[in-house]
Design a protein around this ligand. Structure first.
Ligand code: GLU
Length: 447
């Protein structure tokens, strides 16, 4: 297989699907050499099959806003690959959602889920619905209308959605309530990220951020460094950024910046517990403004409009917001300001030029599919608890999450160690995820 040939075919077929093409190219470039050492994969066209989703559901979502007006959005579920388990992946509600975005996310999810060591295939879904400025009642009506279309495409052994950007505990609650009504049965395992009173797992809300920090600890240890006392810049203030900030502070680091679409808050003395709690209030308000932090903590959080977190000098950068949020220029600015490590927590948060710059300028870098896999891994743990009708303690879930993040790091080391002893985490994560999915596809025949 030649990456260039496959990319040329996909570009001709899907010329407008930029994010999807970007995600596929990154993976194919990493795996090309290993793939070509396995003629048995080539014989059954594993790569050609793996880059296309199994199927995509597209549906219209009609709902009524608080003014009594009919609104129309488009919803999707991309069931990408089920070679190693039922389809699993989040739902994203954001005005910019397109099939390209969800195909890239479903493709990434397939490898990420393989890395978790748990039996979960890859999927993603969502809608071009913009939660910004919507009332709670509007969010509920939208979630109900969305589930009306989705419910018979999903199930505990079939496809298990969860949250993502714009979909948190509140939205999962509304989705689950409507699913139960439509299916006329109580399936605790059909969505993950549920509330604690109806089958949710303890630590699931924190898990993506906590897992990212556990992975970062392993990466730093492998480089002979530690996280204590380091300055960390974080983008975003949603669920993932909140979990990352919480664990970073617990581990003795200082979070000196958080950012939003409107600009950045510099927090020279480090984020406090009150500020971390306030991130949840900001997320729930649907205002999508980080300036609210500066208004709430004057003199402690200093807001600069139009700037990113990457403009604040730091040791470690943690992109926790959206794909392609960290550009090549941002990478250069980070390095010039002393940053020496970037762990990508958002899915495909860094542009390819940024990753290239980090890797060639001595900045430790690890990709989202390894760093943020603790979220979906804990969803997998939620599924296990639901299927066995039990609930584990925080200690039990945290130990399992620790074990999984350690194992993901080990897989990156196994497949990513270079002849000079350095670790290429992009290669490591992509090859490890690919080998598992490819082997499962091979053994199950062409179907
Ligand atoms: N949306 C999260 C992710 O990107 C979590 C998915 C899940 O828990 O199914 O991995």
């Amino acid at each position: 297989m030649k990456t260039a040939d496959i990319m040329a075919r996909l570009q001709a077929k899907y010329p407008l699907e930029k994010e999807y093409l970007q995600a596929v190219e990154e993976v194919l470039e990493s795996i090309e050499e290993v793939y070509n050492q396995h003629p048995e994969f080539e014989a059954v066209k594993i790569v050609e099959r793996l880059v296309e989703p199994d199927r995509i559901f597209t549906f219209r979502v009609n709902w009524i806003d608080d003014n009594g007006q009919v609104q129309t959005n488009t919803g999707y579920r991309v069931q990408f690959n089920s070679a190693i388990g039922p389809y699993k992946g989040g739902l994203r509600f954001h005005r910019a959602v397109t099939p390209s975005m969800l195909k890239f996310l479903g493709f990434e999810q397939t490898f990420k889920n393989a890395l978790t060591t748990l039996p979960m295939g890859g999927a993603k879904g969502g809608a071009d619905f913009d939660p910004a400025g919507k009332s709670d009642a509007e969010i509920m009506r939208f979630c109900q209308a969305f589930m009306l279309e989705l419910w018979n495409c999903i199930g505990p052994d079939q496809d298990i959605p969860a949250g993502d950007v714009g979909v948190g505990g509140r939205e999962i609650g509304y989705l689950n309530g409507m699913y139960t009504k439509l299916a006329r049965r109580y399936n605790t395992g059909v969505l993950t990220g549920k509330g604690m009173s109806f089958g949710g797992s303890i630590l699931r809300p924190e898990a993506t951020g906590f897992g990212a920090l556990y992975f970062t600890q392993h990466l730093l240890a492998a480089a002979g460094k530690s996280i204590e006392g380091k300055n960390i810049a974080i983008s975003g203030f949603g669920n993932v950024a909140w979990g990352a900030a919480t664990k970073a502070v617990q581990l003795g680091a200082k979070v000196i910046a958080i950012s939003g679409p409107d600009g950045v808050c510099h927090i020279p003395d480090g984020i406090t517990k009150e500020m971390i709690d306030y991130m949840l209030v900001m997320r729930a308000s649907n205002r999508n403004r980080v300036e609210d932090m500066a208004d709430r903590f004057p003199g402690k959080a200093i807001f600069t409009p139009g700037k990113k977190a990457w403009s604040i000098p730091c040791d470690i950068a943690l992109p926790c917001a959206f794909q392609n949020e960290l550009s090549g220029e941002d990478a250069q600015e980070l390095k010039a300001n002393g940053c020496w490590c970037c762990c990508e927590v958002s899915n495909m948060g860094c542009r390819p030029e940024a990753i290239h710059f980090f890797q060639h300028n001595g900045v430790l870098f690890a990709p989202g599919k390894a760093v943020n896999a603790g979220g979906v891994a804990t969803s997998g743990l939620e599924m296990t608890q639901n299927a066995s009708h039990i609930s584990w303690s925080a200690k039990e879930v945290d130990e399992k999450l620790h074990y999984i993040m350690h194992s993901i790091h080990e897989q990156c080391v196994k497949y990513g160690t270079q002849p000079d002893g350095s670790i290429d985490y992009v290669k490591g994560a992509n090859i490890a995820g690919f080998m598992k999915v490819a082997q499962a596809m091979l053994e199950q025949g062409v179907c």
